[in-house]
Design a protein around this ligand. Structure first.
Ligand code: NDP
Length: 241
C-alpha cells in the first residue's frame, strides 16, 4: 500500500512541486490550499492529485481538513508543512495584523497540522514530518522580522518534536530554501535579479522548486529513517548555517 502524504500549500509554487515529486516517488498525495480555487482546480486537473481547501492557521479548520483527507485517502504517514505567507514591512512600521498573520500561518500551523496527526503516527510506528523554513529564518532579513521569527521558530519546534518521537519511527526535519524561481521571485525585475540577487548566490542562479521537492521526497522515504532533527539548507551556497 502506498504511503499517504499531505502537503500544505501543495497546489502552487514550491508546494505544487513537492506534491508532484511525492506522487512520482509513489506516495498517495493530498494537496491543501487556502482559497485560490482556480489554481487548485488547474493543479488537480493537471496532476490528478486531490485538493483540500482549509486554512492551516485555523485549528478547527485544520482538524476538519485532516479528517477529510484521512477519510478520502487513509491515515497520513507523511506531513509536509509547506504553506507560508509573507507580510513584509520594516519592524518599526509593522502592524500587529502583519505580525500575527505571518506567525499564525507560518508557525501556529505547526501545531494545528501536526498535533492532530502525531498520535496516529506514534501508534502506527511510522511518520515523516518535513517543514519548509527559509534562509531568512537562518540569517534574518530586514523587512521580515515576522517571517524570520516564524521561520526560525519552526527549527526549534522540529528539534523538540524529533527528540520526543525519535524512538517511535517518526522523523522531523526542516528544509531551508534560498531564492527559488517561483512566480513571486520571477516577478522581480531582471536588472534587480542580475545586479542584486544573483551576486549573493555562489552557484550563480536561482534554485528550482523541483530541487526542494527532490529533497522532500528523500526525507519522506523509508530510507531516511536515521535523519531527524536536521535542517537542510538548499540555497546555492548563499548562507552556510
Ligand atoms: P506560494 O505563495 O507560491 O504558494 C503558497 C501556497 O500555500 C498556496 O498553495 C496557498 O494556497 C497556500 N497557503 C497560503 N496560506 C495558507 C493557509 N493559511 N492555509 C492553507 N494554505 C495556505 O508559496 P511558495 O511556493 O513561494 O512558498 C512555499 C513555502 O516555501 C513557504 O513556506 C515559503 O515561506 C517557503 N519559502 C519560499 C521561498 C521562495 O523563494 N519562494 C524561499 C524560502 C522559503 P492558495 O493557492 O489558496 O493561496
Amino acid at each position: 500500500m502506498a504511503r499517504v502524504a499531505l502537503v500544505t500549500g501543495g497546489t502552487r509554487g514550491i508546494g505544487a512541486a513537492i506534491s508532484k515529486g511525492l506522487k512520482e516517488a509513489g506516495f498517495n498525495v493530498a494537496a491543501n490550499y487556502a482559497g485560490n480555487d482556480e489554481a487548485a482546480n488547474a493543479f488537480k486537473a493537471e496532476t490528478g492529485i486531490p485538493v483540500f481547501k482549509f486554512d492551516v492557521a485555523d485549528p478547527a479548520g485544520a482538524e476538519e481538513g485532516i479528517k477529510a483527507v484521512e477519510a478520502a485517502l487513509g491515515p497520513i504517514d507523511v506531513l509536509v508543512n509547506n504553506a507560508g505567507i509573507t507580510r513584509d514591512k520594516m519592524f518599526h512600521r509593522m502592524t500587529w495584523e502583519q505580525w500575527s498573520q505571518v506567525i499564525r500561518t507560518n508557525l501556529d500551523s505547526m501545531f494545528t497540522m501536526t498535533r492532530p496527526l502525531i498520535e496516529g503516527m506514534q501508534s502506527r510506528g511510522f511518520g515523516r514530518i518535513v517543514i519548509i523554513s527559509s534562509i531568512n529564518g537562518q540569517k534574518g532579513q530586514a523587512g521580515q522580522a515576522n517571517y524570520s521569527a516564524a521561520k526560525a521558530g519552526v527549527v526549534g519546534f522540529a528539534k523538540a518534536l524529533a527528540q520526543e518521537n525519535a524512538a517511535k519511527g517518526i522523523t522531523v526535519n526542516v528544509i531551508a530554501p534560498g531564492y527559488i524561481a517561483t512566480e513571486m521571485v520571477k516577478a522581480v525585475p531582471e536588472d534587480v535579479l542580475k545586479s542584486k540577487i544573483l551576486p549573493q548566490i555562489p552557484v550563480g542562479r536561482l534554485g528550482e522548486a523541483e530541487e526542494i521537492a527532490r529533497a522532500v521526497a528523500f526525507l519522506a522515504s523509508d530510507e531516511a529513517g536515521f535523519i531527524t532533527g536536521s535542517t537542510l539548507s538548499i540555497n546555492g551556497g548563499q548562507y552556510m548555517a
